[in-house]
Design a protein around this ligand. Structure first.
Ligand code: GLA
Length: 387
């Protein structure tokens, strides 16, 4: 396809996966620990360098093309002075953030495609960012720590695209390890791959629901957490984030917080604690215990953080009654998208069929349900190296 579009040979092929978060939801911007895994759905970029500083992107899935000049990427316009389309802001933002980070980029001609469902809570945008960052790295021949690359991609999303996400998604896409979840401390930035309990599998169920309010609701939740910290500092001046508060302390000071702020803080404080416990469960290989934390996480996201929807609740409740289930919860920011299920691997087929049938019966909607393989993070390879 690249050759057909650009009439020349590509030089780099890059891949960056989406992610599913097993536990630790809405805690990455509160300095908590998260447990995502990179998945076997990804963004694929094929590219060749150019010498004129122009980046031409062809989005195969949209059949759209745009060109912009690297030296003017901060203006967010294409080579003809028109505003960049929404989809192009992600790669352009990466170009901006990498250059701001002092890295030298070449222009490129690129095609890209993705099989990460968009807006489903599986980090399709982080995958685009990390795929392009990885492509530029390969074209430029420079090296950079995976985590530093993820941070630059997060900067692109926060400061250029204008979505104030945490670091979890870009981290998982950059650092994924095949067959493992990633235990990532968003405060110390330390992380380790963690094996899933033996005999288990991850199933993702897409409710098919997409809501546009995700960004504004996400920002509201972040603001509520910041407000909680600010109010609690009157009583505990040393705290820096909700990571620094125990649930006993929160209960003691809850009367000084408005109800809604208190519910949001309670979710975060307890979710951070749940992740600590769930990591112990992983070390013991105890799938039942881990799954129990997933169910409680969902309940908390539904009742306290209020980011669930009836369709996601239905998927979780149906899963609870199926053979082989250990735990289920919504994954990602919420307001639609997917649930993640930890199940006994041997029951996978019956489980997936039961979930699809139950969801159709209860909601009249089709869910896409698939077995997910935890995958390696982003990588690039040189093709047709210059002779
Ligand atoms: C989105 C954000 C992440 C994280 C999750 C919620 O995916 O991009 O940084 O905050 O929501 O856990």
């Amino acid at each position: 396809m690249f050759q057909q579009i650009y009439q020349c040979e590509p030089q780099v092929e890059a891949r960056a996966p989406g992610r599913v978060n097993l536990l630790g939801e809405h805690v990455d911007y509160n300095q908590g620990v998260v447990l995502p895994a990179a998945i076997d759905r990804a963004v694929y970029v094929t590219a060749a360098p150019t010498s004129d500083g122009v980046v031409t992107l062809h989005a195969l899935d949209l059949d759209e093309r745009v060109s912009f000049q690297l030296s003017e990427v901060d203006k967010r316009h294409d080579v003809d002075g028109r505003a960049l389309p929404g989809w192009a802001l992600y790669p352009a933002g990466v170009a901006w953030a990498l250059q701001e980070g002092g890295l030298s980029l070449s222009g490129m001609q690129a095609v890209y495609t993705s099989d990460v469902p968009i807006g489903a809570g599986l980090s399709s945008s982080a995958a685009v960012e990390v795929a392009f960052a990885t492509t530029w790295r390969a074209l430029g021949g420079w090296s950079i720590e995976k985590l530093a690359l993820a941070q630059l991609c997060q900067r692109a999303e926060n400061a250029y695209v204008g979505v104030s996400s945490g670091l979890m998604d870009q981290f998982a896409s950059a650092c994924g390890v095949e067959g493992h979840a990633l235990c990532f401390d968003t405060r110390s930035l330390e992380w380790s791959p963690e094996a899933l309990p033996p005999g288990t599998a991850i199933v993702i169920a897409d409710s098919g629901i997409r809501r546009n309010l995700t960004n504004s609701a996400y920002n509201d939740r972040r603001a509520a957490c910041e407000q909680a910290v600010e109010l609690l500092r009157n009583y505990m001046p040393e705290i820096k984030s909700l990571r620094d508060i125990s649930s006993v302390e929160l209960a003691a000071y809850s009367m000084y917080l408005p109800d809604e702020i208190c519910r949001r803080a309670e979710h975060v404080v307890k979710e951070i604690h749940r992740v600590d416990q769930a990591v112990i469960a992983l070390h013991r290989g105890d799938a039942q215990m881990f799954g129990g934390y997933m169910f409680s996480s969902h309940k908390s996201l539904r009742n306290l953080y209020e980011v669930s929807l009836p369709e996601l609740d239905a998927l979780v409740e149906i899963a609870r009654g199926l053979p082989g289930i250990y735990g289920a919860r919504l994954t990602g920011a919420g307001f639609g998208g997917c649930t993640v299920n930890l199940i006994q691997a041997k029951d996978a087929q019956a489980f997936m069929q039961g979930l699809q049938e139950g969801y159709l019966r209860q909601t009249g909607r089709e869910a896409s349900v698939y077995l997910c393989k935890a995958s390696n993070g982003a990588e690039a390879r040189l093709v047709n190296p210059r002779r």
